[in-house]
Design a protein around this ligand. Sequence first.
Ligand code: NI
Length: 183
Amino acid sequence: MAGRRGSFFARVETTIICSTFFTTLFKSGKDSFMSTQIESTIANWNRIHKQTTRVMAIAPNDQYGWRPHETAMTLGELMNHLFQSEMGLADAVVTGVYPKEFPSYSQTAELIEAFDKSHAEGVAKVTALSPEALQEEITPFGPQWQVPRMVVLNLALEHEIHHRGQLYTYLRILGCELPSLFG
Ligand code: NI
């Protein structure tokens, strides 16, 4: 009886040890997968930022009021939108709140300087988040859209690429000599 009970407890104990082992193994595998994914997203984010500012750098200061259509943003609004929305989305990833007010600029050189600075700050704050925190859900645009922080970070990249293409077209219409985006 004692032997049977002993083997029963031994089995329970083995099961507990094994499940703890596999849970730990699975969790560390998941964490290292997330860390790799975050590192790759940050590397992409830095690359995209460099390409974007290379295009922004040729925007003429004296054309900030120009727009290709009466319903479209002006060049100045589009340039500031690129800078402000990245700042806001990076802030939202970290704090869960999209800010209401942003600085704005009317000169390309100043705007890029501010964008480089806010980008570096955003990258540092996002990099400091743990893989668990990046999977936590937040509602920066209201309760109807509840998403993990990581999704908001990916949205920042997607949004920048979208508006960068728009800026590229603006500058082409304005007759600017465009840099190549890749390479
Ligand atoms: Ni936008």
